[in-house]
Design a protein around this ligand. Structure first.
Ligand code: AMP
Ligand code: ZN
Length: 110
């Protein structure tokens, strides 16, 4: 999607602090961190939200979580929280599926 900010990040059309990349996914620092560590992990494929996932995306959504695990291990995170907001009522502001990885302070569910 040409006007999607996360597609633009994936295509390097706008800059971001990329911390991981492979064929299917890319991870970068959240521009407005809500914890000492706050990364976003996204599929390069434009999928608007979890609500738009299809059966064919099953491996890809699993891949996002495995990338989170890989980053957490590489950075020796003691523990972390993974969050996916879905839809405006679920707190989703950017309509390109993304997994928040938060760490570095005690965090409870809202
Ligand atoms: P959500 O509310 O789940 O849609 O989260 C969107 C996240 O994207 C927020 O935490 C924003 O701070 C973050 N964000 C928005 N624009 C950028 C950007 N250009 N680079 C990095 N993070 C961004
Ligand atoms: Zn997109």
């Amino acid at each position: 999607m040409s006007e999607c900010v996360f597609c633009k990040i994936a295509n390097k059309e706008i800059s971001s602090e990329i911390i991981y990349e492979d064929n299917q996914t890319i991870a970068f620092k959240d521009i407005n961190p809500r914890a000492p560590i706050h990364f976003l992990i996204i599929p390069k494929k434009h999928i608007p939200s979890v609500d738009h996932l299809k059966t064919e995306d099953k491996a890809l959504i699993g891949e996002l979580i495995l990338v989170a695990q890989k980053i957490a291990r590489e950075k020796n995170l003691k523990g972390y929280k993974l969050i996916i907001n879905v839809g405006r009522a679920g707190g989703q502001l950017i309509d390109h599926l993304h997994l928040h990885l938060l760490s570095g302070k005690p965090m409870k569910l809202p």
